[in-house]
Design a protein around this ligand. Structure first.
Ligand code: MG
Length: 250
C-alpha cells in the first residue's frame, strides 16, 4: 500500500494511492485507516509524506561504501540528526546555499515510524514501523570537512528531500537502491549490503531517544555519492517504492 500526503482543492490531505485514483483518509495514517472518499490523480500535488519531529540518519551503513572509502566498518551505528525544517517533497527544489562550494547527493532508504517507540527490542520493531520511502541526504561536503561535526553541512533548508510516498508492504532487507544525476546512473547497490539492519537500527535508536509517529530514520548511503550543481536533476530510486525526483536551484 502506498500512503501519500498531498494538496487537493487547496487542502492538505493523506491518502492511499492506487492505479485508479486516491482514497482520501479521514485521519492521519498512524492509526486505523478509514477512507473518507475517492478522488482522481488529476489536479493533485504530492507533498513530502512525513512531518517528522526529528530525522535520525546513519553514517557509513553500507559495507561496500566503507570499502570505497577505505574505512573500517563501524562497530556501532554512527548517528546524526537533520532538522524537520530541511524536509522538502517530490519535485521541490534543493536550494544550493551561497556559502557552500561542494553539494552532494546521497541515496538512502528511510524508515517511517508508526507509533511512539522507546526501548524496543529488535524482534518487536515491525509493530512500530509504518513503512519505507526514499530520502536524499543532501550534504555540503566542504562544510562537513571544515566543521568536523556535521550539523551545518546537513541541515540547510531543503537538504532533506523525502518521498514520493510511504510503501507499507516491503521487506527492507534486500532492495535495489540507485541514484541518477541528469538521467545518468551514479549509485547502484542493495540494502543487503547494510552493516546494521533496520530492526537493529530502530531498536538501537529507540534506546537513545523516544521516536514519535512520523519520525524518520535514514539508513545510510551506498558507494558512488557525488556532486550536484544548479540545474541538475537528481533521482533516488528504491525497488518496491518508486522514484524521488528533485532539481537543484540557486
Ligand atoms: Mg547519508
Amino acid at each position: 500500500m502506498k500512503i501519500g500526503r498531498f494538496i487537493y482543492q487547496d487542502r492538505i490531505v493523506w491518502g492511499i494511492l492506487d492505479n485508479d485514483g486516491i482514497r482520501v483518509l479521514g485521519s492521519l495514517p498512524f492509526c486505523e485507516l478509514k477512507v473518507d472518499k475517492e478522488i482522481p490523480h488529476l489536479g493533485v500535488k504530492l507533498l513530502a509524506p512525513v512531518q517528522p519531529s526529528k530525522i535520525v540518519l546513519v553514517g557509513l551503513n553500507y559495507k561496500d561504501h566503507a570499502q570505497e572509502l577505505g574505512m573500517p566498518v563501524p562497530l556501532e551505528p554512527i548517528i546524526f540528526l537533520k532538522p524537520p525544517s530541511a524536509v522538502v517533497g517530490p519535485e521541490e527544489d534543493i536550494v544550493y546555499p551561497p556559502v557552500v562550494n561542494r553539494l552532494d547527493y546521497e541515496a538512502e532508504l528511510a524508515v517511517v515510524i508508526k507509533k511512539k517507540c522507546k526501548n524496543v527490542k529488535e524482534e518487536e520493531v515491525n509493530d512500530f514501523i509504518l513503512g519505507y520511502t526514499c530520502l536524499n541526504d543532501v550534504t555540503a561536503r566542504d562544510l562537513q570537512k571544515k566543521d568536523g561535526q556535521w550539523t551545518r553541512a546537513k541541515s540547510f533548508d531543503t537538504f532533506c528531500p523525502i518521498g514520493p510516498w510511504i510503501e507499507t508492504d516491503i521487506d527492507p532487507c534486500n532492495l535495489k537502491i540507485r541514484s541518477y544525476l541528469n538521467g545518468k546512473l551514479k549509485q547502484n547497490s542493495t540494502t543487503a549490503n547494510f552493516t546494521f539492519s533496520v530492526p537493529f537500527l530502530v531498536s538501537f535508536i529507540s534506546k537513545i531517544m523516544t521516536l514519535l509517529p512520523g519520525d524518520v530514520i535514514s539508513t545510510g548511503t551506498p558507494p558512488g555519492m557525488g556532486e550536484m550543481n544548479p540545474g541538475d536533476i537528481v533521482e533516488i530510486e528504491i525497488e518496491g517504492i518508486g522514484i524521488l525526483k528533485n532539481k537543484v536551484a540557486i
